[in-house]
Design a binder for this molecule. Structure first.
Ligand code: PGA
Length: 249
């Protein structure tokens, strides 16, 4: 049985007060599911010191390089030292706004794993790609790129987040059936590459307008193991309500 994970992706939002609010609310959360918060880099130290034991910390991006002359970048070792367990790689906003392609994302995936972080690899198709029935081709390539860079057992100790680009921040959620179909495809693809044992243990999260009122149904699908939450993670009540749905489901 895979333990569900609810991870908040704050993007370029939040402040120390929001860290405090989430830390207070998270203190009385249950143990049946994992709660993780991914604030912007400058809030990591505050979050590391304030979040209660058991609430995981994550970052939103990482360099593919270990160290050196890379102005503006942050290494995986630095994130580990700052108290992170997770790091999001390949979020669609990084891919589209900052030109990160599958190779770069795969490099970040490898760097995170080598440092001992758990990468949350984001994959997902645009609306045009879905309409052209290219969802599996696009998502399959995104999975394969990480696999080729990281080698056998690439997805051991990793997390995948399926985030249909057309559902992110739009209020338009994939139906549970649409999401489940892609999640099953991802697990199947990983099974073909890394074997069924790794695939069965792999947490595959859904992201894209997950909210308290649609979380339970999405999280009830066989291959949906949690959520990567954007907008709703900025409202502690909503975020914790989604978490409750995961813990109870
Ligand atoms: P959303 O964002 O929940 O606001 O749609 C999800 C994400 O981008 O990770």
């Amino acid at each position: 049985m895979r333990r569900k994970i609810i991870a908040g992706n704050w993007k370029m939002n939040g402040d120390r007060d929001l860290v405090r609010q989430v830390a207070e609310r998270a203190a009385d959360s249950a143990v049946e599911a994992e709660l993780a918060v991914c604030p912007p880099f400058p809030l990591l130290p505050t979050a590391a010191s304030q979040l209660p034991f058991g609430v995981a910390l994550g970052a939103q991006d990482v360099s593919e390089y270990e160290a050196g002359a890379y102005t503006g970048e942050v290494s995986a070792a630095m994130l580990l030292e700052a108290g992170c367990r997770y790091v999001i790689v390949g979020h669609s906003e990084r891919r589209t706004l900052y030109g990160e392609d599958n190779d770069r994302v795969a490099g970040k995936f490898v760097a995170a794993k080598q440092a001992g972080l758990t990468p949350i690899l984001c994959v997902g198709e645009t609306l045009a790609e879905r309409d052209a029935e290219r969802t599996e081709a696009v998502v399959g390539e995104q999975i394969d790129a990480a696999h080729e860079a990281a080698g056998t057992q690439a997805f051991q100790g990793a997390v995948v987040a399926y985030e249909p680009v057309w559902a992110i921040g739009t209020g338009r959620t994939a139906t549970p059936e649409q999401a489940q179909a892609v999640h099953a495809f991802i697990r199947q693809r990983v099974a073909e590459r890394d074997g069924s044992e790794v695939a069965e243990q792999l947490p595959v999260l859904y992201g894209g307008s997950m909210k308290p009122d649609n979380a339970a149904e999405l999280l009830g699908q066989r291959d949906i193991d949690g959520g990567l939450i954007g907008g709703a993670s900025l409202k502690p009540d909503s975020f914790l309500a989604i978490y409750q749905a995961a813990a109870e489901g």
